[in-house]
Design a protein around this ligand. Structure first.
Ligand code: NDP
Length: 274
């Protein structure tokens, strides 16, 4: 699928704007799901140390016919591995589990303000990138205050901030901050874990375009410039979700979806988690 757009990160690394998330896919199903996704044309996998399925992600990639260098792999630092040396060791373990020499993107999964180690962790990330163990580095679940603090204390702007973002929780203010600072926005739980699929507007737009509600929402993300990686354990939906590059939502349809924002999160608030 070379019709998946790529976004150039501030490190110069290019990331496919669409990928596959593997959070909550049972370990025993992960390799097959990743293989299916790659067969269907996905070239970007989003995993994490805390998902417990990095080994199976690596197996799925090897079982596919797709060469490693054609797949963009993201993993994320576990919350209990913050710290300079610890986050370096944690990536080394991830690479061993996945059977790869590098990842394409390494993220601080949560800022973990109570541990207060994300600045030294970020310095380790800079070193890991300089040494080629990861091609790019970023954060997840950061607010402007944490990003400002990182900017004041370190030399590298995160390539991405991966945040909860979907029609019910559109994060306009944080996105504006990202744009001002050249940080790409990755949207986690892009279809709100299914919570927005029954919305009457989404259903109407789906009917109008002859698409599923999930396809309409994923297309909305793409047109907004968000990077998305919906999760599905189902082959049919894995195939359905990537099939969004041959239709377009009109400006008035985008504007109608913009009105669905009601501040509803499906996941934890980074201000109080973990
Ligand atoms: P999603 O918004 O991707 O929703 C996944 C849910 O929607 C599953 O229940 C899935 O069911 C269902 N689904 C998928 N496709 C369809 C479809 N076409 N029609 C109907 N239902 C569908 O939620 P996630 O929370 O999984 O987010 C995606 C990814 O984001 C994660 O896998 C992970 O990589 C990342 N993430 C990152 C976080 C962070 O803190 N950085 C937090 C949460 C997620 P089924 O599997 O049965 O098809």
């Amino acid at each position: 699928m070379d019709n998946i757009p790529k976004i150039t990160l501030n490190s110069g690394v290019m990331i496919p704007q669409f990928g596959f998330g593997v959070f909550q896919i049972p370990t025993e199903d992960t390799a097959a799901a990743v293989r299916t996704a790659l067969t269907e044309g996905y070239r970007h996998i989003d995993t994490a140390q805390m998902y417990g399925n990095e080994r199976e992600v690596g197996e799925g990639i090897r079982q596919s016919d797709v060469p490693r260098e054609e797949v963009f792999i993201t993993t994320k630092l576990a919350n209990d591995r913050h710290g300079y040396d610890e986050s370096i060791t944690a990536l080394r373990e991830s690479l061993q589990r996945m059977g790869t020499e590098y990842v394409d993107l390494y993220l601080i999964h949560w800022p973990n303000p109570r541990a207060d180690k994300y600045v030294e962790t970020w310095r380790a990330f800079e070193k890991l990138a300089a040494d080629g163990h990861t091609r790019s580095i970023g954060v997840s679940n950061f607010q402007p205050a944490g990003l400002d603090h990182l900017a004041a204390q370190t030399h590298t702007t995160p390539d991405v901030n991966q945040i909860e973002l979907h029609p019910l929780f559109q994060q306009r203010e944080l996105k504006r901050y990202h744009t001002e600072h050249g940080i790409a926005t990755e949207a986690w739980s892009p279809i709100a874990q299914g919570a927005v699929l029954d919305d009457p507007l989404i259903t109407e737009l789906a009917l109008r375009h002859g698409r599923s509600p999930a396809q309409v929402i994923l297309r909305w993300h793409i047109q907004l410039g968000n990077i998305v990686f919906p999760k599905s354990s189902t082959s049919k939906r894995i195939k359905e979700n990537i099939n969004i590059f041959d239709f377009e939502l009109a400006a008035d349809e985008m504007a109608m979806i913009a009105k669905l924002d009601n501040g509803t999160r499906t996941g934890p608030d980074p201000k109080s988690f973990p």
